[in-house]
Design a binder for this molecule. Structure first.
Ligand code: G1P
Length: 295
């Protein structure tokens, strides 16, 4: 029997305060990373893994996101008339990626609360949660492996990555043990943003999760945790601690991940992605070398 399709949920209701004033009238998910808004990379990653139904959880200023994934007939006509097929292709690409739906979060009560807003749309199917601050290089595989692992085990599957001790307080952190499968760990416990001293390991949750709808029942009764917010990590900890359930597994990612969550990392992400691009890299690389030599 074919597996029922997996939907994706992209929380995009954060206030983006770290990028003010750029995010005063525009969601941070629309900030360009080279020449595409950050959220388009995430939608492309979902589409690449075969997901064609995406729910975006939005806050204020939602229009920019929905307009971006909609078609713009006047612009398309103009580019067609000019014979600008390359730009036309790029414009069409963003509206043809997937079937994109929107729901409002209402009050910003945390990631767990945002995910709970997806309950009605997700229904009985498994779903992926994809956070827009983490961009995964399209040349490196992650989501497909996570979906396979979820189907094999029936468990919640999270993406983990080793991070330096100095950064561990920014993440949900897992205590985990190896399995017989290379790169897959069994998660025994999770803690949201611990101090470096209290962190159970250096394995941080990077923003990809493949979950079954059972998590909604837990989220409904999850009390506010770290920062007074309802944390997805706390709900997953409950799944990990349940001796009768399928538990939680982690896929340890060793590929290229770009963090766009704060200004320095955002600038690094743009530089890393741009120098690798065929159309921009050849001009940028020598310039960067020169620039760095004179710093
Ligand atoms: C969220 C999660 C955290 C996870 C992180 C990944 O935190 O709560 O567990 O490690 O995303 O980016 P945020 O960065 O939204 O504060």
């Amino acid at each position: 029997m074919p597996h029922p399709p997996i939907k994706a949920v992209i929380p995009a209701a954060g206030l983006g305060t770290r990028f003010l004033p750029a995010t005063k009238a525009m969601p941070k998910e629309m900030l360009p990373v080279v020449d595409k808004p950050a959220i388009q990379y995430v939608v492309e990653e979902a589409a690449q893994a075969g997901i064609d139904d995406i729910l975006v959880i939005i806050g204020r200023n939602k229009n920019a996101i929905s307009n971006h994934f909609d078609s713009v007939p006047e612009l398309e006509e103009k580019l067609k008339d000019k014979g600008d097929t390359d730009r036309l292709r790029r414009v069409l690409e963003s509206s043809d990626l997937a079937d994109i739906h929107f729901v409002r979060q209402g009050e910003p009560k945390g990631l767990g609360h945002a995910v709970l807003r997806a309950k009605a749309h997700v229904g009985d199917s498994s779903f992926a949660v994809m956070l827009g601050d983490d961009l995964i290089d399209e040349r490196d595989e992650l989501l497909t492996t996570m979906i396979e692992e979820h189907r094999r085990t029936g468990a919640a599957v999270i993406a983990l990555m080793e991070v330096p001790q100095t950064h561990i307080h920014l993440y949900g952190v897992a205590s985990a043990e190896p399995t017989e499968h290379d790169g897959i760990v069994k998660v025994n416990g999770l803690v949201e943003k611990p101090s470096a001293e209290d962190a159970p390991s250096n394995l941080a949750i990077i923003g990809r999760y493949v979950l079954s709808p059972a998590v909604f029942d837990i989220l409904e009764r999850t009390e506010p945790g770290k920062g007074g917010e309802i944390q997805l990590t706390d709900a997953l900890q409950e799944l990990a601690a349940d001796p009768d359930g399928p538990g939680v597994y982690g896929v340890v990612f060793r590929g290229r991940r770009y963090d766009t969550g704060d200004r320095v990392d955002y600038i690094k992400a743009i530089v890393q992605l741009a120098v690798d691009r065929e159309d921009l890299g050849p001009d940028l690389r020598p310039w960067f070398k020169d620039f760095a030599a004179n710093l």
